[in-house]
Design a binder for this molecule. Structure first.
Ligand SMILES: [Fe+2]
Length: 344
């Protein structure tokens, strides 16, 4: 496995790069906007294809590189389902897997620092965001933070992991890089409490100033997605138009979401499946969509319209012209009352 812990000095943020092999797919956790070019260079040096970028929560101390990396690589942006960000390509629920080639992370909803904070567990290590830090825990006094929620996320979730599990946090201000669950249980001063009330008493009396970047970072991290006019920069068929022609829409519907999303939420009846991760194989010259695109209309859809916008652009670059997408994706379709059937 390829594993890199990258550091942003200004915000003391750790970003993690994961891949199962050189030449394969890669995933980044908690990337920092100012470091975008450094990540792109490293990906090129290690011969990796960035396919997913995960933020553990809405950061208040730095602008996320999720948007800039999506624009540069067409990777899928991932956050927990509770994220207040405007558009996230793929939202995961508690206990769901985030997968790339050869690697699977389990999403753990660990609210408290913020209400939408997630940790991600991978075999012998857990990426704890700002929920559990080395000899500390993330503050709980803004962004719907709650010390009681955090107590439960810590004591009922993270501290129940095997003691040898490595802890990789989103920040460290002292230069520590890694710890273990066992070490934190014993030596983390915030965890030497006997009740949620005692923990809340500590957290409610930290009296910390707001992060310097908060007024810039939070608004921009809430608006990182492709929406509105961004989703209209390629050809579209609107939900209304599709519904008006339903059930004979005179176009081929192509669901580009992941299998897990389809199984969980269902699919638009009559759709074929061409997952975004392998979409280049479907729209390349010898791919099935290239031939069909010449014969008639093809409508791509994903969860919220971000991946489908990128897929139409990717297809056009590969010579597969004439694809459209559904702005707002499957979410807009179901909200408008569109029919849904179980995925095969
Ligand atoms: Fe944070």
């Amino acid at each position: 496995m390829l594993f890199r812990q990258l550091f942003d000095k200004t915000s003391s943020t750790y970003t993690y790069l994961l891949a199962s092999r050189a030449g394969g797919e890669a995933l980044l956790i908690d990337p920092v906007y100012e470091q975008t070019n450094r990540y792109l260079k490293l990906l090129e040096e290690l011969d990796l294809k960035l396919v997913k970028v995960v933020d553990t929560h809405i950061h208040a101390d730095h602008v996320s590189a999720m948007g800039s990396l999506r624009d540069a690589t067409r990777c899928t942006t991932v956050m927990g389902e509770h994220s207040p960000a405007d558009v996230v390509s793929l939202r995961v629920r508690d206990s769901e897997a985030v997968k790339i080639e050869g690697i699977s992370l389990t999403a753990l909803h660990t609210p408290g620092h913020t209400s939408e904070s997630y940790s991600f567990l991978m075999d012998d290590r857990v990426f704890t965001g700002d929920t559990l830090l080395i000899r500390g825990t993330g503050r709980t006094d803004f962004q719907n933070g709650n010390p009681y929620d955090q107590y439960h996320s810590l004591f009922d979730r993270l501290l129940r992991l095997p003691e040898a599990t490595f802890v990789f946090p989103a920040h460290d201000y002292k230069g520590d890089t890694v710890s273990t669950i066992g070490e934190e249980k014993t030596f983390n001063p915030r965890l030497q409490v006997s009740s949620a009330e005692e923990y809340a008493e500590i957290m409610d009396n930290l009296n910390l100033p707001n992060p310097a970047m908060m007024d810039v970072a939070v608004p921009s991290n809430l608006k990182l997605g492709l929406r509105g006019k961004d989703q209209h920069r390629v050809a579209t068929i609107e939900v209304k138009e599709l519904l008006a022609k339903w059930p004979e829409p005179d176009c081929l519907l192509v669901d580009i979401r992941e299998e897990g999303e389809r199984q969980r939420a269902g699919t638009i009846p009559g759709s074929i499946h061409a997952p975004y991760a392998r979409f280049d194989e479907y729209c390349c010259k010898s791919g099935p969509l290239a031939g069909m695109a010449k014969q008639g209309r093809i409508l791509l859809y994903c969860a919220v319209g971000e991946r489908s916008t990128l897929a139409v652009e990717m297809a056009a670059e590969m010579g597969c012209e004439g694809l459209s997408h559904l702005p707002g994706g499957f979410k807009a379709w179901t909200e408008a009352g569109g029919a849904v059937e179980a995925a095969d």
